[in-house]
Design a protein around this ligand. Structure first.
Ligand code: GRF
Length: 191
C-alpha cells in the first residue's frame, strides 16, 4: 500500500514508521510527508529517509477546503491509498474525508474515549489514572472520535510528565507500525 504521513511536530512516530519499512516489518511505501508547520523537525527526519515533503502554511489559504484540495491533487498524483496522521494538530476536513473514507488513520496518546484532544498525557496525569495508553483509530470529522482499530495500555502511576511521555512514546513507536501493517494487509477485516 502507498500512504502519506501528515505531521506537525517532532515526527518520532513518522521516523518509527520509516524505520519499520527499512527493516522490512512494514510492507508499505510512504510517498509523501505533509506538514502544516514549515519549521517542524519532522522535515529533517523525512530528508534523512528520502521521503518527499510538502509543507504549507494554512494561513496563506482562504479555507481548509482550499489547502486540502491542493494536498489531494498531490496524493492522487502519487497514488496514495492511505493517510497516516502522526501528530498532525488539525482536524481533517470534508475534502480529504470524502476522498479517503476509512483510509485515514490516527494515533492518540490515551485510551479513547478518555482524554481526547490536546495534551492527552497531561490530562491523564491530572486525572490521576494509574493506567493510560494509546489508541489507533480511523479518522472522522470529530476530535479523536473515529472507530477504534487497536489500543494498548501503558502504566503511568507515579510518573512525572516527562517519564509518562517517554513511556507512551516508546510504546507508540512499536504499536503504530504494527497496526498499520495489519490494516494494510487485512483492510477487509476492519471495514
Ligand atoms: C504522539 O504522541 C501522537 O500520539 C500524538 O502526537 C504525538 C506526536 O509525536 N498524536 P511525534 O511528532 O511523532 O514525536
Amino acid at each position: 500500500k502507498k500512504f502519506a504521513i501528515f505531521a506537525s511536530g517532532s515526527g518520532s512516530n513518522a521516523e518509527a514508521i520509516w524505520q519499520a519499512i527499512d527493516r522490512g516489518d512494514l510492507s508499505g511505501e510512504c510517498v509523501l510527508l505533509v506538514t502544516d508547520k514549515p519549521e517542524a523537525k519532522v522535515l529533517e527526519r523525512a530528508d534523512r529517509f528520502n521521503i518527499p515533503t510538502f509543507s504549507f502554511e494554512p494561513k496563506t489559504y482562504a479555507s481548509k477546503a482550499e489547502f486540502e484540495q491542493e494536498i489531494l491533487v498531490l496524493l492522487q498524483a502519487l497514488g496514495a491509498d492511505y493517510i497516516v496522521l502522526a501528530g498532525y494538530m488539525r482536524l481533517i476536513g470534508d475534502v480529504l474525508l470524502t476522498a479517503y473514507p476509512k483510509q485515514i488513520i490516527n494515533i492518540h496518546p490515551s485510551l479513547l474515549p478518555a482524554f481526547p484532544g490536546k495534551d492527552a498525557i497531561g490530562q491523564a496525569l491530572a486525572a490521576n489514572v494509574p493506567t493510560s495508553g494509546i489508541t489507533v483509530h480511523y479518522v472522522d470529522a470529530g476530535m479523536d472520535t473515529g472507530p477504534i482499530i487497536a489500543q494498548q495500555d501503558v502504566a503511568i502511576a507515579g510518573c512525572d510528565a516527562a517519564e509518562a511521555a517517554r513511556r507512551i512514546q516508546a510504546v507508540e513507536h512499536q504499536l503504530y507500525p504494527r497496526v498499520l501493517q495489519q490494516v494494510f494487509i487485512q483492510q477487509e477485516v476492519f471495514k
